[in-house]
Design a protein around this ligand. Structure first.
Ligand code: 5GP
Ligand code: SF4
Ligand code: MG
Length: 465
């Protein structure tokens, strides 16, 4: 998901909509904005589909007045596709209204939910995020910040969230900092306008200056006194999601001081050094494979060509619900650019193989366009484990790499050869010598099975891990 918060700026809801637009890649299923008017009233608008579908009419925007707003793009990892699951969530408490936008996935939400329901809490949605609302509601602390901290101390999992109430906007990241969250400033410093967002690309679009990342385990509280930082958790080694660098974040975003596009090019260069092969042309699987393919081409000296053209009017295939639609989607999405492929030895570069659907279709298409050889290179290690921290991967039984070795996978996708970046190569691309197994600095559980946050809801479901 993508989250954005605007504090004390004219047309806050419009700025939030722009931010969500820049974060569209983080979730295309639904979008919502809750705005706080200068009279202290909360107004909300939510809708299925893309940001532009929901927030393009002047009438809708006129219904969201005020200088403060929080927005959310939904990418479903829990709960069905229904309007009641569209965030930001909003509830009224003794202390007033509170809106919450959450990116990530909680790993003990079901356990907490069972206990909350037993205590009489009435859940309105099926998203894991709603437990925040109920934990805040039943907390015995007097003020809203303490109640929020109380809630955060009970949840396990990944969260980057933005909460908004009458007196303050709060940004928080889980102690391991699995999902990103950045802080920006809009206009003159004395004006006191602040922006919180999943990625810096959302700051860029509203013209905000990047201030810093919200740190793992940190709460930033923005109110009429300015900004203060609270650290309710002890410091631990952070574990930012390495897959954000590989695929999820937008290439122009800067995460932990590093431009995502640069990292992707470096991964491509590592991949070329690790598993180079003689070929005539490097072809990216667009769009996600492009930066890695550029790095691969620059390192190997083999020419880079757009041998596959992507139709931009189709959403990301991965997000469609059924296998049948997914199969269809891939064909709708990519076409071979024949002259760049015919009679050539082609190296295809993509970011990941999950079920193998994309790779199989692309290899078949490139062969049908007359390629002499097709070599597949992947800028992530094999995806052997599901993600439970906010990226929607299927269960193990459906993960190609969980059930086949690389040689078998090459056969299944129909490639002459297949290679993945090594785990150490990936860490090298991020500026380290190798992965320090005793103290890894990223979450890489989908490639290693090293789940740093307990999977409490899965106890008794070992087959899914
Ligand atoms: P597969 O077709 O093997 O199941 O999935 C691999 C393809 O899906 C790759 O081209 C990759 O770019 C894309 N992909 C990988 N992870 C995700 C994800 O979390 N969301 C979306 N939308 N696409 C993904
Ligand atoms: Fe990211 Fe993979 Fe960890 Fe999920 S399991 S948070 S996708 S690195
Ligand atoms: Mg892709």
């Amino acid at each position: 998901c993508g989250v954005v918060g605007i504090w004390n700026a004219a047309d806050a809801a419009a700025l939030a909509a722009l931010g969500l637009h820049a974060l569209q890649h983080r979730g295309q299923e639904a979008a919502g904005i809750v705005a706080l008017s200068e009279k202290g009233e909360f107004n909300a608008h939510r809708g299925q589909g893309l940001v532009g579908d929901t927030f393009s009419s002047a009438k809708v925007m006129a219904g969201l007045p005020g200088r403060t707003a929080v927005g959310h793009n939904r990418y479903a990892t829990t709960g069905e596709t229904a309007l009641r699951n569209v965030q930001p969530l909003y509830a009224e408490f003794e202390f007033g209204g509170l809106a919450v936008a959450h990116n990530g996935n909680l790993t003990n939400a079901n356990v907490l939910k069972r206990a909350l329901v037993r205590r009489g809490c009435l859940f309105q949605s099926t998203t894991d995020s709603e437990v925040f609302i109920h934990l805040i509601a039943i907390s015995l602390y007097a003020n809203v910040i303490d109640r929020l901290i109380d809630a955060l101390k009970q949840v396990q999992g990944a969260y980057s969230l933005i909460a908004l109430h009458d007196g303050a906007m709060i940004g928080a990241r889980d102690p391991l900092g699995v999902r990103p969250l950045v802080l920006g400033r809009l206009g003159p410093a004395e004006g006191g306008s602040w922006v919180l967002a999943s990625e810096t690309c959302a700051l860029d679009i509203v013209g905000a200056d990047f201030v810093r990342d919200v740190e793992p385990g940190e709460l930033v509280v923005i109110d009429h006194n300015g900004l203060r930082s609270i650290r309710p958790f002890g410091r631990v080694q952070s574990r930012f999601c390495i897959f954000e660098y590989i695929y999820f974040a937008r290439p122009d975003s800067v995460v932990e001081g590093t431009n995502v596009y640069e990292v992707r090019k470096r991964i491509g260069a590592e991949l070329s050094r690790e598993s180079g092969v003689e070929a005539d042309v490097i072809v990216p699987v667009p769009d996600s494979g492009v930066p890695a393919a550029m790095g691969y081409a620059a390192e190997s000296g083999i020419p880079f060509e757009l041998g596959i053209i992507r139709n931009h009017y189709v959403g990301r295939t991965f997000i469609e619900p059924t296998d049948q639609i997914r199969n269809l989607g891939v064909k709708l999405k990519h076409s071979a650019n024949r002259p760049m492929i015919e009679g050539k030895r082609v190296i295809l570069v993509d970011d990941s193989i999950v079920r193998g659907t994309t790779s199989r279709k692309i290899v078949e298409m490139v062969r049908a366009a007359g390629a002499k050889e097709v070599h597949m290179r992947i800028s992530s290690p094999p995806t052997t484990h599901p993600c439970f921290y906010g990226i929607d991967t299927p269960e193990r039984a459906k993960l190609l790499a969980a059930n086949h070795d690389v040689e078998e996978m090459a056969r299944i996708i129909g490639a002459d050869s297949l290679a993945f970046i090594s785990l150490d190569g990936l860490y090298r691309a991020l500026g380290q010598d190798k992965r320090d197994a005793s103290k890894p600095s990223y979450c890489d559980a989908c490639f290693t099975g090293d789940y740093a946050i307990p999977l409490t809801d899965l106890v008794g479901h070992a087959e899914r891990v």
